[in-house]
Design a protein around this ligand. Structure first.
Ligand SMILES: C[S@@+](CC[C@H](N)C(=O)[O-])C[C@H]1O[C@@H](n2cnc3c(N)ncnc32)[C@H](O)[C@@H]1O
Length: 242
């Protein structure tokens, strides 16, 4: 356990993951709070692909929920182009005794001939990192057999027409790898364009709740985000069926 603790401390973690024995990775994010928002179906016996898995929290969660096979893929972080690496995924997989498979592949190179197709595909926190989200969703659709779950930054929430905010620099979260935040109508339109037959918003936080949460966080000094930002943008979850 001391050896595991030492190795955990050497890694820059994106995901907070409970590895058991009182060891929890010091992640930048708390994906266990996002998991219920995904409204995942019963995964028993199903094949799951996690695109942009990073430390693999959602891949391990799918395995725990009974998936017959889980493939975790990533490219940017695993390829060492960001502040993270794939060391977290490798260590967590070993520590959890997980059988999640892995492949280093860019979203744009997802190919059913090479990877096969999957009942359920998780595309969480990746869409807004892509310069060409429409083509990316077509690549993701090509490896989806049944359900695609998209969790993404959305913006321009006061616009009813399909629209997207563009971040050519580091405007969003001071991160130059963020490019586009579409509004829900645009996400649904892109999913239909990519070939999904039925598309819906699976989880959203409505404006009064967003504003109320912002007020609480502001009073606590827990956010420096402005009110205009909370009105215009958030994170939503979408489901799309082939
Ligand atoms: C914000 S993190 C989300 C990680 C995880 N899916 C989650 O929801 O917590 C974005 C992930 O997408 C990956 N990513 C970004 N661009 C990618 C691309 N073109 N191909 C594959 N993965 C990519 C990054 O490496 C990173 O792991």
């Amino acid at each position: 356990m001391d050896e595991l603790r030492r190795r955990v401390a050497e890694i820059n973690w994106f995901h907070t993951i409970d590895l058991g024995g009182g060891i929890v990775t010091p992640g930048e994010t708390h994906p266990e709070r996002i998991l219920p928002r995904l409204r995942l179906p019963d995964l028993t016996g199903r094949e799951v692909l996690d695109v942009g898995a990073w430390d693999g929290f959602f891949s391990f969660a799918a395995e725990r929920r009974g998936a017959a096979r889980v493939l975790a893929t990533d490219s940017f972080s695993w390829g060492g182009r960001g502040w993270g690496t794939r060391a977290g995924f490798d260590l967590a997989r070993a520590a959890l005794g997980s059988h999640v498979e892995d492949a280093e592949v860019d979203v744009m190179d997802l190919d059913p001939a090479a990877l096969g197709t999957f009942d359920v595909v998780l595309f969480l926190g990746v869409l807004y990192h892509l310069r060409d989200p429409v083509t990316a969703l077509e690549r993701v659709a090509a490896v989806t057999r049944d359900l695609l779950v998209v969790e993404t930054e959305v913006a321009m929430l006061l616009h009813r027409q399909p629209a997207a905010a563009f971040y050519p620099g580091a405007e969003l979260g001071d991160d130059p790898t963020n490019w586009w935040a579409p509004n829900p109508a645009a996400v649904l339109g892109m999913l239909r364009l990519a070939g999904f037959r039925r598309v819906e918003v699976a989880w959203r936080r409505r404006l009064p709740r967003r504003v109320a949460g912002w007020v609480v966080n502001r009073v606590r000094g827990a956010t420096d985000v402005g009110l205009a930002d909370i009105v215009q943008r958030y994170r939503f979850v979408f489901h799309a069926w082939r």
